[in-house]
Design a protein around this ligand. Structure first.
Ligand code: PA5
Length: 359
């Protein structure tokens, strides 16, 4: 399916929100991917945002994947209406049908009804897997495959993690260890966990992680607040707080041992900026030294640090890390005494929106 869509599309619109959006975006931002260019729609209700995507794709060949497990999410359904209409006007109903993929629950929901009636290709999100835990299902895999990511390698990485973190012995199991450490820190008043990374391509992985832990743990008046920081960028905005602010934060750093690309610092004859002592060294080397220096300083300042080291940025590592976090999150929820798989609080705002819109 991905090959078919790639061959007929210069650009591709992936429509979804929350668990039906963040996983695929995390993968696409993190991993090198090929054409077509991917736009993400249906993840907000901004007309300005939507119009800018429409302006960018209108004169190009494009296809759409609409992802909604419930099939009734307002943001997703509204955006899909718009792109479906554009596709049908541009290509006619029959060709539009070939350019629309629906990813949804196998047994119920408005999206399933539409997809069946219109004859769209359908991929199922298994009924027993909640949105934020669905990265390793078609909810994210379809968009990732269209982007040219080798999803078999992603699943292999996850499978490796499944075996690696199956050991019930806590001290042999890094995944449980992470859950327990978070829980101990929470009990000591560290109510904010900030996921820190040194690679900007990990930004959306962070956002996916934030949803995973935020929605899974934040209930019954409990839960660690999951925050995100990008170093060294945010050291110039949040460094002061981390060093000397309220002592209720701990850091979880994702450290990449071998980032895929690098740049060498050039030698310049006049050395007016005084940086020739770094000539010949690489940016990744300096990034690593920054990691060490910051870690030392923050530990001295009383900020506990958990380091998660991953060898590289590739499909395998992505799959492994996703599985690691999903399992750690479930374990964390149970340690906290909450159900990590429900999200009763999300329903209330949806009800209010529908009431105000006079559905
Ligand atoms: O984790 C969750 O359950 C949510 O973030 C959902 O994924 C999000 O609300 C989108 O739901 P749906 O896939 O039903 O459109």
């Amino acid at each position: 399916t991905a090959d078919k869509l790639r061959s007929c599309s210069q650009t591709f619109v992936s429509i979804g929100i929350g668990g039906s959006y963040l996983g695929s975006r995390a993968a696409i931002e993190m991993l090198p991917s090929a054409s077509p260019e991917i736009y993400f729609a249906g993840n907000n209700i901004s007309g300005t945002y939507l119009k800018s995507i429409i302006d960018n794709i209108e004169n190009k060949d494009f296809s759409v994947c609409v992802i909604s497990k419930s099939g009734t999410t307002l943001e997703t359904a509204l955006a899909f209406r718009v792109f479906r209409e554009i596709l049908e006007k541009k290509y006619g109903k029959t060709e539009a049908r070939n350019r629309i993929i629906a990813v949804t629950d196998s047994s119920k929901g408005a999206l399933l009804d539409i997809a069946k009636k219109e004859g769209y290709e359908i991929f199922e999100i298994p009924g027993n897997i909640g949105g934020r835990y669905s990265v390793l299902t078609p909810a994210a895999l379809v968009t990732m495959a269209v982007a040219g990511i080798d999803i078999r390698k992603v699943l292999k990485g996850a499978e490796e993690a499944y075996h690696a973190y199956n050991n019930p012995d806590l001290v042999q199991n890094d995944c449980y260890m992470y859950s327990v450490l978070r829980n101990i820190l929470y009990k000591k008043g560290k109510y904010i966990e900030t996921l820190v990374n040194y690679e900007p391509c990990m930004e959306y992985f962070g956002k996916w992680w934030q949803q995973l832990f935020g929605e899974s743990e934040g209930k019954d008046g409990k839960g660690i607040y999951p925050a995100l920081l990008q170093f060294s960028t945010d050291l110039h905005s949040m460094g002061q707080y981390l060093q000397e602010g309220t002592r209720n934060v701990f850091e979880t750093i994702i450290k990449i041992d071998n980032p895929p690309e690098d740049v060498i610092i050039p030698y310049i004859e006049d050395d007016l900026d005084g940086l020739n002592y770094l000539a010949g060294k690489t940016f990744n080397y300096i990034n690593k030294e920054a990691y060490e220096g910051v870690k030392e300083a923050h530990e001295e300042g009383g900020t506990p640090i958990i380091s998660i080291e991953i060898p590289s940025i590739d499909e395998h590592c992505f799959g492994h890390l996703v599985y690691f976090m999903e399992k750690a999150c479930a374990a964390s929820g149970y340690l906290l005494g909450v159900n990590p798989f429900d999200q009763p609080g999300v329903e209330l705002y949806k009800k209010n929106i529908y009431r105000l819109l006079k559905r």
